[in-house]
Design a binder for this molecule. Structure first.
Ligand SMILES: CSCCC(=O)C(=O)COP(=O)(O)O
Ligand SMILES: [Mg+2]
Length: 239
C-alpha cells in the first residue's frame, strides 16, 4: 500500500518556528512585568476575571485575592507552566506590545521560507501551540517580515486538549477534515511528536540546538525547514 501524500502541515511555535529564547527571554518577561498593571486596568473585563478565576480553580486556591493570584501566575511563568488561564492572559498582554510596535514576532527565516513554499505548493498550514490562539495570531501577524497570518488556514491551542495527548491530534484532524496520515506535525518536543504519531500523523522533529532532544527518540530530525520534503512527509536526502 502506498504512503498517502501530505495535504496539511501542523506546526508548533516555540522551538520550531521561533526560538525558545525569544519566548523565554522576550515574551515571558514582557508579560510577567506587566501582569499586575494589566489586571488592575482590565479587572472589569470578563475574559480577565474568568482567567483569574480559572487560575484559582486550577491551583485549588479559591481563597486567593487578586494580588496573590498575580503572584501565583508569575510563579507559573517562571516554571513555564502551560496553564490555559495563564496563556490567555499572556496573549492579552502581548497584544498591547505587538500593536504598539514594542514586540515583533521573531520567526526563523527558514521557517518563513518553508511555510511560504509549502503554501504555494497547495498544502494547508495550521498551528498548534500551548500559546493561546490570540497569541499565535499575534506572533505571526506582527513579524519582522510583516503579516504572515494569510499563510494559515487555522489555529489550535490547548482548548482542544493537551499537546501530549494523542486525542488532541485526532480532534485537530477531525476539525481540519483531513485524515491524520495526510497531516505532518512539526515540533521540537519529542513527547508531542509521540502523541501526534500515536494519532496517526506523520512527524518530524526540529533540533534547533536549544531543546534537549532525548538520544533514544525515534522521529526523523531536521535543523531547519529547508530539509523537509513536506508533501512526502520526510526528510530530504535522508536515504
Ligand atoms: C504563541 S507564542 C507563545 C508561545 C507560548 O506561550 C508557549 O508556551 C509555547 O508553547 P509551544 O506549544 O509553541 O511550544
Ligand atoms: Mg515547542
Amino acid at each position: 500500500m502506498s504512503t498517502p501524500q501530505i495535504r496539511a502541515i501542523l506546526t508548533d511555535i516555540e522551538g520550531t518556528t521561533s526560538s525558545i529564547s525569544f519566548v523565554k527571554d522576550v515574551l515571558f518577561p514582557f508579560a510577567r512585568s506587566r501582569l499586575a498593571g494589566f489586571v488592575a486596568e482590565h479587572a472589569a473585563d470578563p475574559e480577565v476575571a474568568d482567567a483569574l478565576a480559572e487560575a484559582r480553580t486550577l491551583a485549588e486556591r479559591p481563597d486567593l485575592d487578586t494580588e496573590a493570584t498575580i503572584a501565583l501566575l508569575q510563579g507559573w511563568i517562571d516554571e513555564d507552566r502551560k496553564a490555559k488561564p495563564l496563556k490567555a492572559l499572556q496573549g492579552m498582554i502581548w497584544e498591547d506590545g505587538y500593536r504598539s510596535g514594542v514586540l515583533k514576532g521573531d520567526i526563523y527565516p527558514d521557517a518563513i521560507a518553508g511555510l511560504e513554499a509549502w503554501k504555494a505548493e497547495g498544502l494547508a498550514l495550521y498551528v498548534y501551540s500551548s500559546g493561546s490562539v490570540l497569541a499565535q495570531k499575534l506572533i505571526f501577524g506582527f513579524t519582522h517580515a510583516g503579516d504572515l497570518t494569510p499563510l494559515f488556514s487555522g489555529y489550535f491551542d490547548t482548548a482542544i486538549g493537551s499537546k501530549l495527548e494523542a486525542a488532541s491530534y485526532t480532534a485537530i484532524a477531525g476539525e481540519i477534515g483531513i485524515a491524520p496520515a495526510e497531516i505532518l506535525f512539526l515540533s521540537d518536543n519529542t513527547k508531542e511528536l509521540d502523541a501526534a504519531r500515536a494519532a496517526g500523523m506523520k512527524t518530524i522533529g526540529l533540533d534547533r540546538g536549544e531543546a534537549v532532544i532525548p538520544p533514544d527518540q525515534t522521529h526523523p530530525l531536521v535543523t531547519e525547514f529547508g530539509a523537509i520534503d513536506a508533501k512526502a512527509g520526510t526528510v530530504r536526502n535522508a536515504g
